[in-house]
Write a protein that binds this ligand. Sequence first.
Ligand code: ADP
Ligand code: ADP
Length: 253
Amino acid sequence: TTILECRDVWKIYGAKADSFLEHTPDPKKGELRKENLIGAVRRANVQIRKGEIFVIMGLSGSGKSTLVRCLSRLVEPTAGEIFFEGKNLLTMSEAELIEIRRTKMGMVFQQFALLPHLTVLENAAFPLDVQGVDKKNREARAMEMVELVGLKGRENNYPRELSGGQQQRVGIARSLVVEPDLWFLDEPFSALDPLIRREMQDEFMRLQNMLHKTIVFITHDFDEAIRLADRIAVMKDGEIQQVATPEELVLNP
Ligand code: ADP
Ligand code: ADP
């Protein structure tokens, strides 16, 4: 079953977006002229299935982050439609959107973005703090996640006292603490050195085998995509060029 779907999604940044909308008869119907072929994401159609690891792969600047930011509604697409569990993410109320993003989506970024003045445990518990969960409960749940990512014993350390790999583990714990259905990871291991990176990939697969999340994973690394993915969308210049299994891509790159 499909959990997340986008139809004919475009994202054009800045002032060009206005002229795009003015000069395009009806972007929803795809009546787009060749001269309008600008945009960080161009007419993306994606269906993400429950429980799969869907990797978005492409060179830097190909539009991966922008597409994922549209899918998670961190940014508003210039045109197109996005459905999460059948609900239209673009027409629902702001309150409903915030609720869905808080309780059903988890995000991990390349930059760990931990809060420096909070401990490991407090960082991991932070999304629950925002939800208003009381201290005892949120720390109990955060501790479970800290253990899950292998940081037991480090819960009272501050981010600066941890290695890059450990900091990213905190980021992973924090993103999982709300028990999201959909897990977005934007180049989560790219800042790590190759050995640690490999270790984190294995760790990630171990977690996924336990948790069975639906995952949207961005990488520019072919090997990483092949190792992790159930399906891979290849992006180039804002367009999804193909969606294939790792086997298909290895045989026919
Ligand atoms: P990737 O994630 O594949 O590196 P991005 O989605 O970050 O690609 O970028 C796609 C294109 O959109 C690039 O040309 C980039 O410079 C541009 N872009 C990304 N974010 C912004 C932004 N906030 N404002 C303007 N242009 C942006
Ligand atoms: P990534 O590809 O991982 O998103 P980038 O270095 O491309 O990383 O972008 C870092 C930040 O800068 C993002 O918030 C992105 O939206 C923004 N950005 C990227 N390109 C541009 C651009 N051309 N103009 C304005 N902001 C941009």
